[in-house]
Design a protein around this ligand. Structure first.
Ligand code: SF4
Length: 441
């Protein structure tokens, strides 16, 4: 069913790396970049291929720096105020309120149509200092476009100022009887992705850049801003946009810390409202479970080593067996000590003739017999050039029926936003720079 993808080398200008300011030790980001080139991740195969995918690192060096405040945790912001701006530490709380409270700062020191920094209580002396030091409240990215699908799903497209690469974010509304009206924001953690899953449009791009914590946080802030004043507040965050979050785990963990920081008694998001998806990078799964109470989603997608390796190349490095054993360790059945009472969400995309049979359903039950898990069956969102087609809906329903009969909680997740390429696995069309990858499928 699958067709071979031909390999080639990609080149681009990338600026995903942060530098450390020698004086303060605090993170800064470059505004100019170094040209990089490397082999696109999805084009190499086998266990060597999997190692190559995971070793890619598009970090670059800088020549001049801008400080983006959304890269800071509250503690780091306090350090920066004291050491770099020679301001009292409490200034950090003041700034934080305007970064994440109701009166959002824009990328400049002004709020939305309500005045400049002085109107927000910042002294002229403070504003002069942040101006001199190129301190910006934004994250070095601009919202350039938004596209709404017929079901209300909206894709936001941001452009990074440093390199022109696009970041895509999806707002998924729930507005139906019996459910609390809300929006889930699906954020990207990378531009493109090195994992190369064969059914995923983003995977075809290869990895182009790691996002910083600030760029991840800014996606949520902008989504909240869009929904402000509507009856659909942003209540949940899922890391299921472009990229493999565990391939950029430092930035993801830092973003979660920033997004869950309590300030003046107001916590932005509970960790339980944040879900991070991984294709199964085992060491990072363990680290994630140790360092956060956010929820984990595991993209399993197959029930045999052979079939998983054929659609998820990282299976050649972290096998199905190893991934399931790790789940048994982190989410043991019965929610015993050490499991934090959590379950893992198993993501399973239904592909016709690949993984949609009753035998697959039976094997999936067996694989998860010692794991506290819920299963999400995903309706495949096809795209031009895809070698796969969605499983027949009867097959999806039969698959679910078997899981439910074996006491597994299982839902079928509808495709959302696919008429605007805003659906799961479809992100990547909005990038400014064409790589020509699609022409080679
Ligand atoms: S499914 Fe996720 S991990 Fe796989 S290529 Fe797509 S974005 Fe990357």
């Amino acid at each position: 069913m699958t067709r071979a993808l031909r390999g080639s080398t990609l080149s681009w200008k990338g600026t995903s790396g942060r530098t450390r300011d020698e004086g303060s030790g605090l993170p800064q980001r470059p505004i100019s970049s170094t040209r990089l080139s490397f082999r696109a991740g999805h084009r190499v195969r086998g266990s060597t291929a999997a190692r190559a995918l995971l070793d890619e690192d598009p970090t670059t060096t800088s020549t001049t720096s801008t400080t983006y405040l959304k890269d800071f945790t509250l503690e780091e912001l306090g350090d920066y105020c004291e050491k770099e701006l020679e301001e009292p530490r409490k200034r950090a709380r003041h700034v934080w309120t305007h970064l994440y409270g109701d009166a959002y700062l824009k990328s400049e020191w002004e709020d939305e149509g309500q005045g400049n920094g002085e109107d927000m209580g910042f002294s002229q002396r403070f504003l002069s200092k942040v101006g001199e030091k190129r301190v910006e409240p934004g994250a070095g990215m601009t919202l350039t476009d938004s596209r709404s699908a017929s079901d209300g799903t909206t894709k936001l497209i941001f452009q990074r100022e440093a390199d022109g690469l696009n970041i895509e974010t999806v707002l998924i509304p729930v507005d139906k009887e019996g459910s609390k009206p809300r929006v889930t924001v699906c954020v990207s953690s990378q531009v493109g992705c090195a994992m190369g899953c064969k059914f995923c449009y983003t995977g075809l791009m290869g990895l182009q850049a790691n996002l910083t914590a600030g760029e991840i946080v800014e996606q949520v802030v902008q989504a909240k801003r869009m929904q402000r004043g509507t009856h659909l507040p942003v209540t949940n965050i899922v890391f299921m946009g472009m990229g493999e979050p565990f391939h950029n785990l430092d930035a993801v963990l830092k973003a979660i810390k920033i997004l869950t920081t309590e300030s003046k008694g107001y916590t932005q998001f509970s960790q339980r409202k944040i879900t991070v998806s991984t294709v199964g990078l085992v060491p990072e799964m363990r680290r994630f479970a140790q360092e956060t109470d956010a929820q984990l989603a595991l993209s399993l997608h197959a029930t045999t080593e052979e079939s998983r390796s054929s659609i998820v190349p990282t299976n050649n490095k972290y096998s199905l067996k190893e991934v399931v054993e790790t789940l048994e360790e982190l989410f043991p059945k019965g929610r015993t000590k050490g499991s934090h009472g959590r379950h893992v969400l198993i993501e399973y995309v239904m592909l016709e003739g690949v993984n949609d049979t009753t035998s697959d359903a039976k094997r999936l039950v067996k694989l998860l017999e010692n794991v506290e898990a819920k299963v999400n069956l995903l309706v495949f969102n096809t795209f031009e050039g895809s070698p796969f087609v969605p499983a027949d809906m009867d097959a999806v329903k039969n698959f679910r029926a078997h899981l439910v009969s074996q006491n597994l909680v299982c839902t079928i997740r509808d495709s959302r936003g696919d008429d605007k390429m805003a659906a799961c696995g479809q992100l990547g069309l909005g990038k400014k720079k064409k790589t020509g990858v699609l022409g080679q499928i």
